[in-house]
Design a protein around this ligand. Structure first.
Ligand code: AMP
Length: 630
């Protein structure tokens, strides 16, 4: 790739002058310094922009690992996301443009959305949902999926969205862990022109559980199964209910949602975010990092099943009163030019997508974006996995006219953190390969395993020295697990689980996970989850899973299995095992290959050394193997 085209100077690639001058955040270093010097003043000022039925008395209380924000304050995030606009001049402003994969479009204004959410909340209340109850949402990326989240939150209940596509075992674990009695689910989703069957997964997952009601969003048309006792039709529920639910006022620290993510132990962690701090922090970054203006059209290509979708499809854009494009289905279907036609048609100003999408666009070449008018597009931001320098430069060159029209901004965060923590805002140059600086509110460092800061330019583990308002509060039902994040490294820091380095200017580079967690197309998948799924198959005695480089997905999954006595390795068995993992965990965790082995490398203490399998697979040095079993 020809660097000269990109105006890349010693410091990196700057945003075009016009966009930089108009950026909402002009001096990230000064703002960062101010936020750390006086978190009370800084975040208190941000929080004042919103509606609170009772003001807070203290901004922050912090004792490792517990942090509370806006103490004594009462609010409901949906009042700020809906009523604040629906009762004011933005009542008729479009909240969402929802596009189906087949091109069907629906728009909804803030006034209409409040009405829909209030009716649904009323219907859910009639089914007994109240403050603090957990509701599982297993819905495709639709307006109804979003309204479900908002309706639950409006009641002060707690939603836990499970990506509609995760398998039976994963869904069941989450229903049980959250203790949910009600599920809102779609019967089918649509992806790549195909129907994705969801109803069968839900039916199997709830078998034997104490789930009282299922609200079905039925899209299949004819041919679906009849509703059973305790099951309700989504549209009927909305129609027969009145828009009479006012946002229930809850404490700032009241849980808003639980979102499960993979760790290294095989039991998903229920990350808990709360009404007050989450609202203030995610909205702050939408304005400053994602540089959103009041009349912008924003398109976040994630899904409501992931944290990026929670924060930047649903909550922050609504809290800020802007218009968001929501599109169900694959970003390259029906053809890889579709993304650019959506940008042209809806005059999208800012896109938030994933590095895997940029690599996919790069694979198809620059001719496709060149066919559409992308003049509205000034910022493309990506998060979820490392953005390779080639993909970053390609995006500058082909998506924003070689950096003359717009900017490409990487940002790093996690389900636990709720919003961006490291990134390259428009006011500083992009350095392909590096994520960027610690953003306001975030005290990030790179340390060694003893907690000592590593010199600039050297690698270590990424840690945070304190909390910010939109950082998680606890792991649902397991507060000790939250404390573990702060105990892993000496020095009372939050261990992010990533390997990173930083340079003299404060730019961080994040290389990948330091634990047994894979990143497949931006999705966090625990090796232990896939291994447990494999071992639950009657043919498997033991399994180990590693990530192997994949040019588009970042990582693919390779599994090594030891068979039980009497079982033989056959191509049919391999197919069956792949299907089995898919059924349990869903398509995103499907191994790309399975190898049957007689033995797995283990330490003397019996831990599988995945590092050695990986080194052998990639033909690399495995490093120190002194603790390996003979
Ligand atoms: P999740 O909680 O599913 O959002 O996954 C968070 C993990 O994704 C992080 O711990 C990183 O390993 C990875 N990640 C997220 N954003 C980036 C980024 N911009 N660069 C490198 N890795 C990233």
């Amino acid at each position: 790739m020809a660097l000269e085209h990109l105006l890349e100077v010693g410091e990196g690639i700057p945003a075009p002058e016009k966009i930089r001058r108009a950026a909402n955040l002009q001096d990230v270093r000064a703002e960062h310094a101010r936020s750390l010097a006086d978190p009370h003043g800084f975040w208190g000022e941000q929080a004042k922009r919103f509606r609170w039925s009772q003001p807070w008395t203290r901004v922050l209380e912090w004792r490792v690992p517990d942090h509370k924000w806006f103490l004594g304050g009462k609010l409901n995030i949906t009042e700020n996301a809906l009523d604040r606009h629906a009762d004011g001049p933005r009542r008729n402003h479009r909240a969402f443009v929802c596009i189906d994969e087949d091109g069907t479009e629906r728009s909804i204004t803030y006034g209409e959305l409040r009405d829909l959410v209030s009716r649904l909340a009323s219907g859910l209340r009639s089914l007994g949902v109240g403050v603090g109850d957990r509701v599982i949402i297993y819905m495709p990326l639709t307006l109804e999926g979003i309204a479900s989240m908002l309706a639950v939150a409006r009641l002060g209940a707690v939603h836990s969205v499970v990506y509609a596509g995760l398998g039976v075992g994963a869904l069941r674990d989450r229903i049980v862990d959250a203790g949910a009695k009600l599920i809102i689910a779609g019967d089918v989703g649509f992806r790549r022109g195909k129907v994705v069957e969801l109803q069968g997964i839900v039916d199997e997952a709830v078998t034997g559980l104490d789930v009282k009601n299922i609200v079905w969003f039925q899209r299949r048309g004819s041919g679906g199964r009849a509703l059973k006792e305790g099951e309700v039709d989504f549209r009927d529920l909305v129609q027969r209910s009145k828009p009479d639910v006012a946002p229930v006022q809850v404490d700032s620290e009241h849980p808003l949602f639980i979102l499960y993510t993979s760790g290294s132990t095989g039991k998903p962690k229920g990350v808990v975010h709360v009404h007050g701090g989450y609202m203030v922090g995610t909205a702050y970054h939408l304005r400053t990092f994602y540089d959103i203006k009041d009349d912008d059209v924003f398109w976040c290509t994630s899904d409501i099943g992931w944290v990026v979708g929670h924060s930047y499809i649903v909550y922050a854009p609504l809290v800020e009163g802007i218009t968001t494009v929501v599109r169900e289905g694959a970003i390259d279907f029906p053809d890889p030019g579709i993304a650019w036609r959506v940008v042209e048609k809806h005059k999208v100003n800012v896109i938030f997508t994933a590095p895997t999408a940029l690599r996919m666009f790069m694979k198809f070449g620059g001719e496709l974006p060149a066919k559409s008018n992308l003049s509205s597009l000034r910022l493309i931001t990506v998060a979820g996995e490392p953005l390779n320098p080639e993909a970053c430069r390609w995006a500058f060159e082909h998506l924003v006219e070689g950096g003359k029209r717009g900017f490409i901004a990487d940002n790093w965060w996690q389900t636990e953190l709720g919003g961006p923590a490291l990134g390259t805002p428009l006011c500083i140059p992009s350095r392909p390969g590096a994520v960027g600086l610690a953003l306001p509110g975030v005290d990030a460092v790179v340390v060694d395993t003893d907690g000592k800061e590593v010199p600039r330019g050297q690698g270590g583990v990424l840690a945070l020295r304190g909390p910010f308002p939109h950082m998680m509060r606890t792991v649902w039902g397991d507060h000790q697990r939250w404390a573990q994040y702060w105990e892993e490294i000496p020095g009372q820091v939050y261990a992010a689980g990533d390997v990173a380095s930083w340079d003299n200017d404060g730019y961080f580079t994040v290389l990948g996970r330091s634990d047994d967690v894979l990143n497949v197309a931006g999705h966090r998948i625990g090796t232990a989850d896939v291994e447990s799924a494999l071992v639950s198959h009657p043919a498997i005695a033991e399994a180990a899973v590693i990530g192997i480089p994949d040019p588009v997905k970042g990582e693919g999954i390779k599994a090594f299995c030891i068979l039980r006595a009497g079982r033989k390795a056959t191509p049919e068995l391999e197919g069956e095992l792949i299907q089995h993992v898919r059924h349990e965990l869903g398509p995103i965790a499907t191994p790309s290959s399975i190898k049957v082995v007689d033995k797995l490398p283990k330490t003397r203490s019996g831990k599988i050394v995945r590092r050695l399998l990986k080194a052998q697979e990639l033909g690399k040095d495995a490093g120190d193997l002194s603790t390996l079993e003979e």
